[in-house]
Design a binder for this molecule. Structure first.
Ligand code: KG4
Ligand code: ZN
Length: 393
């Protein structure tokens, strides 16, 4: 089975074509085509993601990304067949808000035979609303045009499955033991999810204000670093650690909610503490290194403490860390080191570096999981290929 997957929830326009063999969760996923356009440069000049600008960019890039993925997969063949008037009109209706996209799609369809795709999966949330709709409407249009069912998926489930996708060994999902705890750390989310089985998710902790990635990005801005701040802070912190620099301003940063009895987080206070510490000053390179390290240490301590509490509370066998911030090398090292001593029987998973930030491969995995998971009735809610139904998840 070939899955076409689409991701437009934030600032990456991503499309992939994945060949699936076998049944979930033992299936093999071969990445036949994988295209991704990052809008980072566009948003960097404004210091963050602008939803309406993201939408416009997704509209521009989604069809080229699909074409790129399908070309890489070598499943496009030429055609010169005209698309009937009524189908063209319907496509214009579905893509009413995506200016120009219907005409582009019609031109594409008139040049190519219907490619061999059996299922479309698309991120339906969470994410930036205007950005999400581009992917969802595009999926609906393809679904209608090519008569292919589409399954809407949750972006966070994508991150979880990406973290256990063994892309280096056998292109399968790792055979994890339940219960599993998943710590999702991204630009928009900081969540602890209890997974009792495949497809059974329960959110048991979350941030009450900023996401940890968002805090990385905002702290970076205070130090005049470009969006996204995570990778830049992480480099500076590494240097600060290597040189064993004293704490910035001679003071530790706060660890918000470290001692709260629940599994929730708060990062807004930490961000504000950095704001006061910087106090509008221009920092030297060394000061940036020290402050970055202090910030990482503070965020990491809270993440480790709450995740450990969740593992203990639920007797977890597996820890799955996912989302953009899980690319952080220091976090990876410290999570592994800590868990090895505190929970010797626990298996810890981090995503392959290429799959830690947003991508379409993870959306294909989540779509396959959802469509295959018949034991979970809420999971297999297909949307028929009539292009009319809404994709509410
Ligand atoms: O998962 P993701 O690509 O998008 C969302 O779903 O939000 O995560 C993006 C976030 C950004 O906040 C970025 O600064 C952060 O991941 N990030 C990092 C690193 N690489 C990306 N944070 C810390 N260290 C990194 N190496
Ligand atoms: Zn994400």
């Amino acid at each position: 089975m070939n899955i076409l997957s689409i991701e437009t929830s934030c600032d990456e326009t991503a499309v992939s074509l994945i060949k699936v063999e076998g049944q979930f969760p033992e299936a093999t996923y071969e990445i036949l085509g994988n295209a991704l356009h990052s809008q980072i440069e566009l948003h960097a000049q404004y210091g963050g993601v602008f939803p309406t600008m993201a939408k416009r960019e997704h509209i521009k890039k989604i069809l080229p990304m699909m074409e790129m993925a399908l070309e890489e997969a070598e499943i496009l063949t030429k055609s010169t067949e005209e698309i009937p008037r009524e189908i063209q009109e319907k496509l214009h209706e579905i893509l009413f808000r995506e200016e120009g996209l219907a005409d582009e799609l019609i031109a594409f369809a008139e040049k190519h035979e219907r490619p061999e795709i059996d299922l479309i999966t698309v991120t339906s949330g969470p994410g930036l609303e205007p950005a999400l709709w581009v992917g969802v409407n595009f999926a609906k249009a393809i679904s209608y045009l090519m008569n292919i069912p589409v399954v809407p998926v949750n972006h966070m489930e994508g991150h979880i499955l990406a973290s256990i996708f063994d892309i280096e060994e056998d292109d399968k999902l790792s055979n994890i033991s339940f219960p599993a705890i998943s710590l999702l750390i991204s630009g928009g989310h900081t969540e602890i999810i209890l997974m009792k089985d495949w497809g059974e998710y329960e959110k048991i902790g979350q941030t009450l204000d900023d996401a940890v990635g968002e805090a990385f990005d905002k702290v970076a801005r205070m130090m005049d670093l470009e969006y996204p701040g995570g990778p830049k802070i992480s480099k500076l912190a590494e240097e600060g650690r290597r040189q064993n620099l004293p704490p910035f301003n001679g003071k530790e940063l706060p660890r918000p909610m470290l001692h709260s009895k629940d599994l929730n987080f708060s990062f807004s206070g930490l961000k504000t503490a950095v704001l006061y510490a910087v106090d509008g000053k221009e920092l030297s390179e060394e000061e940036k290194q020290a402050l970055s390290r202090d910030f990482e240490d503070a965020a990491l301590e809270v993440l480790l403490k709450k995740t450990s509490a969740a593992i203990e509370e639920h007797g977890a066998q597996t820890l799955i860390v996912g989302g953009g911030v899980s690319a952080n090398q220091h976090f990876r090292q410290e999570f592994n080191r800590h868990c090895l001593t505190a929970f010797p029987d626990l298996t810890v998973y981090f995503p392959n570096p290429g799959l830690s930030t947003d991508n379409a491969v993870m959306i294909a995995l989540a779509g396959h999981a959802k469509s295959a998971n018949a034991s979970n009735p809420a999971a297999a809610r297909f949307i028929k290929a009539d292009g009319n139904k809404s994709l509410d998840d």
